[in-house]
Design a protein around this ligand. Structure first.
Ligand SMILES: [Zn+2]
Length: 278
């Protein structure tokens, strides 16, 4: 993996009337999957778990005994009689250039090409994609209104868009898996104060692998430097984990891993794939 020079990064995230400014710089050369920072854009900011916008009931259920979250079918987009899951979306008027819209559309095509999910542009859609101050998304289908924020400067990259769209489809972050401690070590001393909840573990009654295992290469996994306050790693692989050699993929934002594809298909029980050339 190429060594990339970290040049310092200023990132703003503004949601729910909260403004967070986070700067990180250490001037050192580090190995990283991200192009512009040690941490991916969505790993710096003020939403719950960095870039997820959760309803109060979702937050409550993640930390209560009830079964909810990703397993809960309330947040799953419905499948039509043809076995296709249509996700209606629209762009905020005037927010993106044609080229940016094409990049977003290509990310949708990538998801469509490996699943039964079909993104359909509709002026009546509840899900609005807009040029917000960060990369962020609600988790799973919302019944009133739904937002996906893709900052045009930081988030218009295929893997980052796919990451947010997978949130919108119902996926949380990989490193929050109930058995993650068998695979990674969280260095709480290096985490930015106030962002420790981003590294919480969920119960397996709430979040499922959907018949896959822990996946260092998931596009939903934080980078090793996510929410670092000092430039040191917040996540490290446990050497004893049988597939720790794959840990170098942590934080990749190139696209879906094989595991991501399998989880998506298992969650929505896809029996066909959308032809992206349709
Ligand atoms: Zn995320």
């Amino acid at each position: 993996m190429a060594k990339l020079r970290f040049v310092g990064f200023l990132f703003l995230v503004n949601f729910a009337s909260c403004l967070y400014i986070n700067t990180t710089s250490n001037g050192t050369e580090t190995e990283n999957a991200s192009e512009e920072s040690e941490a991916n854009g969505e790993e710096i900011g003020g939403n719950f778990q960095g870039d997820m916008i959760l309803s109060p009931s979702q937050i409550y259920s993640l930390f209560s005994m009830s079964r909810n979250g990703l397993i809960d079918e309330r947040y799953r987009w419905p499948k039509n009689s043809d076995g296709i899951v249509e996700v209606a979306y629209k762009f905020e008027v005037g927010d993106f250039t044609l080229s940016e819209k094409e990049t977003i559309r290509k990310a949708m095509d990538e998801i469509e090409s490996v699943s039964c999910i079909k993104f359909v542009h509709s002026d009546d859609a509840l899900m609005k994609i807009y040029d917000g101050m960060g990369c962020a998304s609600a988790v799973g289908m919302q019944t009133d209104r739904q937002y996906v924020s893709l900052n045009s400067q930081y988030c218009i990259k295929s893997g980052k868009i796919i990451h947010e769209l997978l949130h919108a489809l119902g996926f949380y972050h990989m490193q929050n898996a109930y058995d993650r401690d068998d695979y990674i070590k969280i260095n709480f001393d290096n985490i930015e104060k106030g962002f420790e909840s981003n590294f919480a573990r969920y119960r397996n009654s709430e979040v499922s692998y959907f018949d896959t295992g822990y996946d260092y290469g998931s596009v939903m996994h934080y980078s090793p430097y996510g929410f670092s306050k000092n430039g040191l790693k917040t996540i490290e692989p446990i050497k004893e984990a049988k597939d720790s050699d794959k840990a170098q993929q942590m934080g990749q934002r190139e696209g879906m891993s094989d595991g991501d594809v399998k989880r998506l298909n298992n969650m929505y029980q896809c029996s066909s794939k959308i032809n992206q050339n349709e």
